[in-house]
Write a protein that binds this ligand. Structure first.
Ligand code: AP5
Length: 255
């Protein structure tokens, strides 16, 4: 894993601003994106590709909760124990816990390298809190990307997913297998299957998405920020579609 990636992850995952870096002189020229879409649609995979191309920081609330819990061993913070129990069942973590974690890291949202929010916001109250914060800080979103895909493909993706316990890189046992089974290509860390990728949790997560997160599609469409992308196809094809939708939008925002 590169030193830069490690620093950036430390900033977001541990709650310090150490990872924020003044990469661009002009704030208005950086990318501030939100990725929406059901579990397993490929948000994390696209985040890695977008981050490499755009130089933005990848801020995932799912990674944040998993990291916080593995650091504390789920023993010390009651809010984290509660969050992990929600996650294991596939339910959403309460808005107040999520916003407390994000607010503690608000410097990451103000980073001049921009940001790529993955898994946040996930409810209308979270979206409204984020919007109020960004408006007050004069940090307009560039776009909100919504990934769409049929449910049967999503289930295949989730059941074959493997994640690096050290750097969070995402693999798939057939579509993106690691070079050595069970070992991360990027950092040599151990690959594991997320506990919420079991069939019972997957169906709860899908329901939570439909009930709580899907309404954000209308919210962001009304703000004129939504770009809907077909997420079927290879990761490179989806990435090309995403860039095709984002580049003209960024030109409009920056001109
Ligand atoms: P989180 O970690 O955010 O999970 P998620 O949104 O359910 O999304 P996933 O990470 O499961 O999927 P993804 O879309 O990133 O897909 P990926 O790229 O990995 O959240 C987990 C939990 O945390 C939530 O359930 C909730 O409890 C809690 N939480 C987090 N944020 C919260 C919030 N804001 N509010 C409340 N609760 C919150 O891809 C999946 C697989 O497919 C991989 O194996 C990948 O290799 C493969 N793949 C990807 N793209 C392709 C492709 N194009 N072709 C073939 N295979 C592909």
């Amino acid at each position: 894993m590169s030193a830069l990636k490690k620093i950036e992850q430390t900033g977001w995952l541990r709650g310090s601003s150490a990872g924020c870096r003044p990469r661009f002189r002009e704030r208005r020229n950086c990318w501030r994106l939100v990725l929406l879409g059901p579990p397993g649609v490929g948000k994390g995979t696209q985040s890695q590709l977008l981050k490499q191309r755009l130089g933005t920081c990848h801020l995932s609330t799912g990674d944040l909760f998993r990291a916080a819990c593995s650091r504390t061993g789920c023993n010390s913070t009651p809010a984290m124990v509660e969050a992990m129990n929600f996650m294991r069942r596939g339910e959403l973590v309460p808005d107040s816990t999520v916003w407390d974690m994000v607010r503690e890291r608000s410097e990451c949202l103000q980073c001049r390298a921009g940001f790529l929010l993955d898994g946040f916001p996930r409810t209308l109250p979270q979206a409204e809190q984020l919007q109020a914060f960004l408006e007050e800080a004069l940090l307009p979103l560039t776009a909100v990307v919504e990934y769409k895909m049929p449910l049967d493909v999503i289930i295949q993706r989730l059941s074959g997913r493997r994640v690096c316990e050290s750097c969070n890189a995402v693999f798939h046992i057939t579509s993106r297998p690691p070079k050595v089974e069970g070992v991360c290509n990027d950092c040599g860390g151990r690959l594991y299957q997320r506990p919420d990728d079991c069939p019972a949790s997957i169906s709860v997560r899908m329901e939570a998405y439909q009930k709580s997160t899907a309404p954000l599609i209308h919210y962001y469409a009304d703000l004129g920020l939504l770009a809907s992308i077909d997420a079927d196809g290879t990761a490179d094809q989806v990435f090309a579609r995403t860039m095709g939708a984002l580049v003209p939008r960024a030109r409009r925002v920056n001109n």
